[in-house]
Design a protein around this ligand. Structure first.
Ligand code: TXA
Ligand code: MG
Length: 350
């Protein structure tokens, strides 16, 4: 398939591109598009065959449901039912934005889109290009992150091109994503709301609106017989580069010493990368790749660089990746959740 590339300025949207993209989606095709979190791989959410195409293009298991994106609050109750008051309070505060809410689904949403579940995940993104495309496509776009299943989510048009060239009809490139980590997911289909995936909207921010909040144990613990993630996507090895990732924690000097020892031991044998804050980056010059994540005081920079850095490790054929911990105040849960998954829970305390 020949993939069409279009660059769209979010501040001055070329409506002819949006119209063309909307037609592609309405006719059952796939368009990758920017959102404020990560790039999405969009198809008509109400069409079973479009959803099937999305799974194929991503190489994604079909039991892993898709998020339905809307661009108008009035469109919510056509696809969801039993919408609790808390949902409207959350929407007031965080929609449009990086928050996904799960409800009981209405029958108009095909089970292909929800991976066979009787619930549907809904998000109203804030990115103007995303909103324009959703409207031009009929109001409902199913979109997972636009990466090949298992790879880090794409946070730039180039990332999407690397993964989706030749697999989908069109890619809309509007430059790097603001946040760079996927939306927070909250399940509102149960009595007590449950956070299934942390994101820019932290557990604390959710609690301020909904009161009592559970967190799916799978967010930080290894899935197994006793821990089954409620978001099916969280059970797969995810966010992962090809190299083996280890998260090293402890006091600063010990962490630096441990990682430097690893770099020394690997020199000339195993290609090694380090994910480090700016302050420590100079300590790891001997590594094959030093990914400078930014200042610890600038957590949004750290979050927005993470996937790009993990992809850079692949580009450099890195075999071992050592990462410092990034337990920052608001985004720390989301950053560490992705890192822990990338590391397959391989954490080293020194
Ligand atoms: O920021 C985002 O959410 C991005 C952009 C494109 O909007 N999308 C995204 O989609 O991250 P995806 O498919 O990569 O991740 C969606 C996650 C998966 O882990 C999936 O299992 C979960 O949401 N999910 C979707 N519908 C669900 C449902 N009904 N119940 C439980 N989990 C659900
Ligand atoms: Mg994804």
């Amino acid at each position: 398939m020949n993939t069409i590339y279009k660059s769209v300025d979010a501040g001055n949207i070329d409506q002819s591109v949006i119209k063309e993209a909307g037609q592609i989606v309405r006719r059952g095709g796939l368009v990758a598009f920017p959102t404020e979190t990560v790039y999405g791989l969009g198809g008509d959410a109400l069409s079973p065959s479009s959803s099937k195409k999305i799974y194929e293009a991503k190489g994604r298991p079909s039991d892993n449901p898709l998020i339905v994106h809307i661009a108008d609050m009035d469109d919510l109750d056509r696809i969801a039912e039993n919408i609790p008051k808390a949902a409207y309070a959350l929407a007031d505060r965080y929609w449009p934005g990086p928050l996904t809410m799960i409800f009981k689904k209405k029958s108009v949403v095909p089970s292909e889109t929800t991976g066979g579940l009787d619930t549907v995940a809904v998000r109203f993104p804030s990115h103007p290009v995303a909103q324009a495309l959703i409207k031009a496509s009929g109001g409902y776009i199913a979109a997972p992150s636009a990466n090949i299943s298992g790879r880090p989510s794409p946070t730039s048009g180039d990332h999407v091109r690397q993964d989706m060239d030749g697999r989908i009809d069109m890619i809309i490139d509007s430059g790097p994503c603001d946040i760079g980590l996927e939306s927070t997911i909250i399940d509102l289909s149960t009595d007590v709301p449950m956070m299934l995936r942390p994101g820019f909207v932290s557990a604390e921010m959710l609690r301020q609106v909904v009161g009592e909040l559970d967190t799916d144990p799978a967010v930080f613990h290894k899935a197994g017989a006793d821990i089954r993630p409620k978001a099916p996507g969280m059970k797969y090895r995810h966010y992962a580069p090809k190299g083996k990732v280890a998260i090293v924690s402890g006091n600063r000097d010990d962490v630096i010493r441990y990682i430097r020892d690893k770099i020394d031991g690997n020199k000339g044998k195993v290609r090694t990368a380090v994910l480090s804050d700016s302050e420590d980056a100079g300590q790891f010059k001997e590594a094959d790749l030093v990914a400078d994540m930014g200042e610890r005081s600038d957590e949004s920079a750290i979050a927005s660089r993470l996937y790009d850095m993990l992809r850079a490790c692949d580009d450099e054929n890195i075999e071992e990746i050592y990462s410092e911990e990034f337990n920052t105040p608001q985004l720390g849960q989301a950053i560490m959740n992705r890192l822990i998954k990338a590391a397959g829970h391989n954490t080293i305390k020194v």
